[in-house]
Design a binder for this molecule. Structure first.
Ligand SMILES: C[S@@+](CC[C@H](N)C(=O)[O-])C[C@H]1O[C@@H](n2cnc3c(N)ncnc32)[C@H](O)[C@@H]1O
Length: 245
């Protein structure tokens, strides 16, 4: 089994969304980066089982379309849609082979880009986002943090996961994540390392005029809690934002 195949870990991954860092850092930071999305059309690339697709729709977006490679992830997303009627649409597709789906005000990718093993693959994901965006639109998301030193990788256990990689990680090397859910299930998957400079070059090659990393933000209710010290000092994940002029 390929442990990065989300058809095998879909349910466990969905449950990992209950870990506190998902709510107090990931979800809060995305919300801050997105701003007011009332009436916007949004494309959610690598939407998984629709955790953020739903949140975006519930935050007032107009059309929200989620795309994912994993049929099992989309099955979970559609099952939720059937019972809750939130109004999200879903599609199974490889982002690198995405057909033209319309013009969107914002494109989101929560943990897609870290699946690229090469600069070419990364450029193909960035191009897919660029082509579906209106001019003046933003491509926003979260990613494995390529600035995160390997020495810190084992230090996130109290947040519900650890990371592992070769000490001298090189372009395309796996970053092995092990997640420990609150219900005691453990699951693993691999992301891939590409240098920060490779990301900057890929966004430029795809046509984006502005690309920046965005440091994670902690929900105001947690600011006095020392629990978050390591996570916020050495963020294992990081946001990004790019603009199409
Ligand atoms: C870590 S999960 C994130 C899911 C969701 N964005 C979230 O934050 O809950 C990564 C997702 O990326 C999807 N994925 C990986 N490579 C992809 C590709 N080339 N095209 C579309 N989806 C992809 C996987 O199937 C998986 O559902």
């Amino acid at each position: 089994m390929n442990t990065s195949d989300y058809n095998f870990i879909a349910e466990a991954y969905k449950r990992s969304k209950q870990l506190p860092f998902r709510l107090y850092v990931e979800s809060y930071s995305l919300h801050q980066m997105m701003g007011d999305i009332t009436g916007f059309n949004i494309l959610d690339l690598a939407c998984g089982e629709g955790f953020y697709t739903r949140k975006l729709k519930e935050a007032g977006a107009n059309r929200v379309l989620g795309v994912d490679l994993s049929a099992k992830m989309i099955e979970l997303a559609e099952a939720h849609e059937r019972t809750h009627l939130i109004g999200c649409q879903y599609l199974v597709s490889d982002v690198a082979k995405l057909p033209y789906l319309g013009i969107f005000d914002k494109v989101v990718a929560m943990y897609l880009l870290n699946y690229a093993r090469t600069k070419e693959e990364l450029v193909s994901y960035c191009r897919a986002a660029y082509h579906q965006l209106r001019s003046g639109g933003f491509f926003i998301g979260y990613n494995d943090n390529p600035f995160n030193p390997v020495e810190e990788y084992s230090s996130y256990r109290k947040y519900g996961f650890t990371k592992q990689a070769k000490e001298d990680r090189q372009e395309g090397d796996p970053i092995h994540y092990t997640f420990y859910n609150t219900d005691d299930t453990v699951f693993t998957f691999d992301n891939y390392y590409l240098r920060p400079q490779t990301y900057a070059e890929a966004f430029t090659e795809a046509g984006f005029t502005r690309f920046q990393w965005v440091a994670p933000e902690l929900h105001p209710s947690q600011l006095d809690d020392p629990f978050w010290g390591q996570f916020m000092t050495h963020p294992p994940v990081i946001g990004f934002l790019a603009e199409k002029k």
